[in-house]
Design a protein around this ligand. Structure first.
Ligand code: PAF
Length: 274
């Protein structure tokens, strides 16, 4: 596996791959790789000839009081996992390479980022869409693979890709879960043993809310009891439990074919989403 840390070297590598007529897939990550990331890599390998994984903990998507410094960093283990998975190239830019002095551009998608996680984390999605636009321009992949766990992020990236004519096929992959149902996330590494036990209340609350909605009960009741059950289980704050349309992310007030239940809640210092 080739590790590339300079934009010019990346462009040379991409041109060489393109010259062979190969289809290129990008899997953007912030590292601390787990089986969910490896499933994205596998899907990318199924759909393309050459897979490039990026690892970049993007400071622009963290607010001033968020966990940029505490974000797990496990580069050597990540490298070993990617090597074992047969990944061809690792794109590993530094912050200075990604955002050289004078960098002054922000890519903003309108509306979609203002709700759910965006309401709790102002500016977060501008950071995401700015770095993803850069990654798309740097790699110019045919496809890019993202997890569905951050459903809002996926919806925003789909909008961004259409609006800016990137011509990249965006693939969303269902969330990978631990045996007890907790969604795999790099941030799970920051949970204490006690918090890890409590964390499973999040997927359970969503499953219960789904059953309530499917039984024809009011959506508001399902959401309120999910929120209450998270606090009762030991979550400290709940940013939201919402039932929304999968594409527009507008709230749904009754069961809809395209409805998605989404939640974000904080356990100690760790914010979990599902
Ligand atoms: O989902 C993530 O890991 C990040 O938000 C992404 C898409 C790699 C952008 O930094």
């Amino acid at each position: 596996m080739q590790t590339i840390d300079k934009v010019n070297a990346l462009k040379t590598k991409i041109a060489a791959i393109r010259a062979t007529g190969k289809r290129i897939a990008l899997v953007p990550t912030m590292g601390a790789l787990h089986d969910g990331h490896l499933a994205l890599v596998e899907e990318a390998q199924r759909r393309a000839d050459s897979v490039i994984v990026s690892i970049f903990v993007n400071p622009k998507q963290f607010g001033p009081n968020e966990d940029l410094d505490a974000y797990p960093r496990t580069l050597e283990a990540d490298r070993a996992k990617l090597l074992a998975a047969g990944v061809e190239s690792l794109w590993l830019p530094s912050v200075a390479e990604m955002y050289p002095p004078g960098f002054a551009t922000v890519i903003t998608v309108a509306d979609l980022p203002n709700r759910l996680c965006g309401a709790a984390r102002p500016g977060h999605f501008d950071g995401v869409t700015t770095v993803v636009s850069k990654l798309f321009n740097q790699v110019r992949p045919d496809i890019a693979v993202f997890g569905e766990k951050d459903w809002q992020q996926l919806a925003i990236i789909q909008r961004l890709t259409i609006d800016l004519d990137f011509g990249i096929e965006i693939i969303g992959l269902p969330t990978r879960r631990a045996e007890d149902g907790l969604a795999l996330s790099s941030r799970n590494a920051n949970l204490s043993a006690k918090e890890r036990v409590v964390a499973v209340a999040l997927p359970r609350a969503l499953l219960r809310a789904k059953a309530v909605i499917e039984a024809g009960q009011p959506v508001s009741l399902a959401l309120q009891s999910a929120q209450a059950s998270l606090i009762a289980a030991g979550f400290h704050t709940v940013d939201y439990v919402a039932y929304v349309d999968a594409k527009s992310l507008e709230p749904l007030f009754e069961q809809g074919a395209e409805g998605r239940l989404l939640a974000a809640a904080k356990l100690g210092k760790t914010r979990l989403i599902d």
